[in-house]
Write a protein that binds this ligand. Structure first.
Ligand code: GLV
Ligand code: MN
Ligand code: MN
Length: 415
């Protein structure tokens, strides 16, 4: 079935959503429940309604847009991604999997396809960790990986809680109502940009994800002793920022000495207080992201970083508070789905390869709920989490075509 995918309409919608940002375009910043995030959500909800989908929202703001199937006794097939964006991001991360999936549904509808199973588009809350330090907040709750009572304790930098934020954003109901029932979906397929270089280098159009690397995050609060930058002599200083800087170097060392090229470690946040040029930093705050495809390797590096942080702080007489925000296993994708998508690509004469996702996605947690995989499209130069992130309309169109065919096959049809 050749589907009437309207790539100009889809690109127009991606461009319009990109203008809803806390930054200056082309910078896209849409942090969870910010005014831009709420406006972005409103835009997507409207587009879903215009497409004739039925909307439902849960207590943490995950929303579900449903195309009813002819057999209501069957669990739906689901797709979707996120529209929140980290500071200084681009316009494709997550968005291609939301608006692309919507275009796939519209094209199937226009082609006269009648699904047996419902097809549900899920827009997940806060795939990005910016507000609360924890990525995939919505899908963690949906899968039951994050207990609701733990989620209720989450606070942002200013001490404002998830409970306050979500109520202010209009989300009603209790967090313990978010978890999905077992067998609620027959499958979940997420379309996403690759965010790496593999597809561009190999010249292949589609990546089918077999495994998602295991992420982890540490948060550290260092307390030293501040003082006058001129009058406090160097011997005996207890500078919290310098301890933080040493820890950041220890992260790099741990990540580069595991023997695995797949270990990646990043100190993405290192702030100091009071933040005055003529004052010795009395406090530092770090967030560290560490990943590998193998849990054993990741965990060994994690322990090495924790030990290094303790030793550095002991030597520098700095008080250390350290917390593991998340330590997740990898996801193994459903072989039958991976095979099915590979076959669809072959039938449509679109080149594809099986691959690993080094970035995490809501699929990491949806894989705990139902058979899951992801469809990747190439990213220009592998750029992502930066404003010049780019995938061409032709590349997006191929991703949408493969997603649509996969959804059609998973949903089945009596026609
Ligand atoms: C997702 O944005 C990730 O950091 O992998
Ligand atoms: Mn991202
Ligand atoms: Mn993403």
């Amino acid at each position: 079935m050749k589907l009437p995918i309207n790539i100009a309409r889809l690109q127009g919608e991606i461009d319009t959503l990109a203008l809803i940002t806390e930054g200056q375009p082309p910078v896209v910043t849409r942090v969870l429940f910010s005014e831009a995030d709420l406006r972005g959500r409103a835009l997507v909800k409207n587009l879903c309604r215009e497409a004739g989908l039925v909307l439902r929202e849960d207590a943490v703001g995950n929303f579900f847009a449903r195309w009813e199937g002819t057999d209501k006794s069957l669990p739906p097939v689901a797709t979707g991604s996120h529209i929140d964006a980290i500071p200084n991001a681009g316009k494709y991360d997550g968005v291609v999997g939301v608006l692309g999936a919507l275009e796939a549904i519209r094209a199937l509808k226009q082609a006269g396809f009648q699904p047996s199973r419902a097809i549900e588009l899920i827009i997940f809350t806060s795939e990005e960790p910016t507000r609360f330090g924890l990525g995939c907040l919505g899908s963690r709750l949906l899968s039951g990986v994050l207990p609701p009572e733990k989620a209720a304790l989450l606070k942002d930098r200013e001490g404002k809680s998830l409970e306050t934020w979500r109520k202010q954003a209009g989300c009603s109901g209790r967090l313990n109502s978010v978890r999905l029932r077992p067998d609620c979906y027959s499958a979940f397929i997420e379309l996403h940009i690759e965010q790496g270089l593999v597809l561009e280098k190999t010249g292949q159009a589609i990546g089918v994800v077999e495994k998602i690397a295991a992420p982890s995050t540490l948060r550290l609060q260092l307390t030293g002793v501040g003082g006058h930058a001129g009058a406090t002599l160097m011997p005996g200083r207890r500078d919290a920022l310098l301890a933080g800087a040493e820890i950041a170097l220890a992260v790099e060392k741990a990540a580069t000495t595991t023997g695995s090229p797949d270990t990646v470690g990043t100190t993405g946040i290192l702030r100091s207080e009071p933040g005055a040029v003529n004052s010795v930093p009395c406090r530092a705050y770090l967030e560290i992201d560490l990943r590998d495809t193998l849990v054993k390797t990741r965990d060994a590096a994690l322990r090495e970083i924790e030990q290094a942080a303790r030793a550095i702080c002991r030597r520098r007489r700095i008080k250390l508070e350290m917390e593991r925000l998340n330590v997740d296993p990898p996801a193994i994708c459903e072989a039958a789905l991976v095979n099915a998508i590979t076959t669809i690509c072959r039938t449509q004469k679109i080149s594809c390869r099986r691959m690993i996702s080094r970035a995490y996605h809501d699929s990491l947690f949806m894989a705990q709920v139902c058979p899951t995989t992801m469809i990747f499209i190439p990213s220009y130069k592998g750029y992502s989490h930066r404003p010049d992130e780019y995938s061409s309309p032709q590349q997006i169109e191929k991703g949408v075509a493969i997603l649509a065919a996969t959804l059609a096959q998973c949903a089945g049809s009596r026609a």
